[in-house]
Design a protein around this ligand. Structure first.
Ligand code: GLC
Length: 480
């Protein structure tokens, strides 16, 4: 059985800030069915989950990072709490904080470079000294993007020189860029390969990974196409590395996301009785939050960030409400303070029909999937998107922009698809999509037929886990 170590800054349920956490927490489970033994290593944060577990220390070590001597501990989760091995890197001072990335002011921690580089260096030090053996290292996003370079070009990690490293891009917008003046944080490396770390005169972790990893994949095929074809400073790099690039769509964990057993829900799906499940879930939620359950309910769950198009949602709501289009909107999310504020203003203005909860709340999120008739995702870009798949699994029809992984998972109903799709560059796109949605809703027979259809879609991990297996096989072949 081949062994893969996923190196990531998130893994559900230990630490999750977004979809990457879900993916890193699910893929290892499904790789098992493909005869691949996957383990995960993450930083040891002070999340509630991590605090409530018992870990066994496997190794203590130190390394010099700039002027600091970093002391790290590698620990392993005791007891079979997860179906895969979970290791954590304990670096007091860098990771023992409740939040994964964000300081109290809502911005990223100021010592981001120290944290991510410290994590990567501790993992590699462990892998060079008495760790279990792994056949492949699998890194996720820029926070682990220097590893493909470090293993090849740092003397300190020479035992790993030939180790295949795969790299998955969950979000190509974040790049882990820092000035060359920070190079003191890096381990000593072969100077001839300086250029691999550099992009536009700065150290760029994402670019380094694209240049140095054995394989690079995005979390949907269409997103990789966008990265290669849309104007961006990294476009040329994706093009020149295209031979090792591919896109593998994420799956969802059907056991964890099951409307008939979901422990977050009070009302469950009984057999095929979608009608009762949806209407009960909706009336409970609406009653609790002071909305009328006789209107169609559109949900929005997501970070309040320009990427997710929360502002597009706000204008579409204002436009359609001015025209007195009847529906309720339920928004759940947090993030950018300005966007949060404009959402609250929207709620003040249309209080009878708009509910806005500024929070990250897994339970409420699941209740919204179960209760809503539609789920809006007006993303400006979306590497994969998981919410549209969760929505369909819970009987909610996606209203999505035509970008990234949404293109791969939500064809429009005009093309016999499973959702309502609009062009994000069209200023009226989202509002028009709301009109189309309400039109559909007014024909209950047609609406329910579509709902039945979306609940039957299969977004399970099996197909994609097979694709990762193929990727691993291909890199292993190159080591021979
Ligand atoms: C990031 C992307 C999202 C993707 C997720 C998991 O959060 O923004 O589109 O679904 O990673 O890969």
């Amino acid at each position: 059985m081949k062994k893969v170590l996923h190196i990531s800054t998130e893994c559900y349920p230990a630490a999750k800030a977004g979809g990457m956490g879900d993916v890193v927490g699910a893929l290892p489970i499904y790789l098992k069915d493909q005869d691949i033994k996957a383990s995960v290593i993450i930083p040891k944060y002070k999340t509630n989950w991590i605090r409530s577990q018992i870990f066994e220390t496997l190794q203590f070590g130190t390394f010099q990072m700039g002027d600091q001597t970093i002391k790290y501990g590698i620990q392993k989760l005791l007891k079979k709490k997860l179906p895969f091995h979970l290791y954590v890197v304990d670096i007091p001072g860098l990771f023992d904080r409740e939040s994964i990335y964000l300081a109290e002011d809502g911005h990223g921690y100021k010592d981001e470079a120290e944290r991510f580089i410290g994590f990567q260096r501790a993992v590699l030090s462990w892998l060079c000294h008495d760790s279990p053996t792994f056949d492949i290292l699998h890194c996720h996003d820029h926070m682990t993007g220097l590893i493909p370079f470090f293993v090849k070009h740092c003397a300190a990690y020479s035992p790993l020189k030939k180790k295949p490293v795969c790299f998955t891009i969950h979000n190509g917008q974040y790049r882990g860029v820092f000035p060359w003046s920070q190079r003191k944080l890096l381990p000593g490396f072969d100077e001839r390969f300086n250029g691999l770390l550099d992009w536009d005169g700065q150290i760029n972790s994402l670019a380094t990974a694209i240049k140095s990893a054995w394989r690079v994949n995005t979390v949907s095929p269409n997103y990789m196409q966008e990265l290669m074809n849309q104007p961006d400073t990294l476009r040329q790099l994706y093009q020149s590395e295209s031979k090792k690039c591919s896109g593998i769509i994420n799956g969802i964990d059907n056991d964890l996301w099951d409307p008939s057993t979901d422990s977050y829900l009070e009302t469950h799906l009984d057999g095929d009785n979608w009608k009762e499940f949806k209407s009960e879930s909706k009336s409970k939620l609406c009653r609790e939050f002071g909305l009328s359950s006789s209107k169609a309910l559109i949900g929005y769950i997501g970070r309040m960030a320009p990427q997710k198009g929360a502002d597009i949602l706000t204008s579409a709501t204002i436009d359609t409400k001015k025209q007195e289009l009847e529906y309720n909107l339920f928004v759940l999310g947090s993030g950018d303070k300005d966007i949060e504020h404009s959402m609250k203003v929207l709620e003040d203005q249309y209080g009878d029909e708009v509910r806005v909860i500024i929070a990250y709340d897994e339970k409420l999120a699941r209740r919204i999937y179960a209760a809503s008739d539609f789920l809006a995702m007006p993303s400006r870009f979306e590497p994969c998107g998981l919410n549209q798949m969760y929505a369909m699994r819970y009987g909610s029809i996606p209203i999505v922009s035509h970008v990234g992984g949404l293109v791969d998972t939500v064809p429009d109903i005009k093309d016999d698809g499973n959702g309502i799709v609009f062009d994000v560059d069209d200023p009226n796109g989202c509002a028009d999509a709301f009109y189309r949605a309400m039109n559909l809703y007014s024909d209950q027979k047609k609406f329910k037929k579509l709902r039945d259809k979306v609940t039957e879609e299969d977004f399970s991990w099996d197909k994609s886990a097979k694709k990762y297996k193929k990727l691993y096989k291909a890199v292993l072949k190159e080591t021979k």
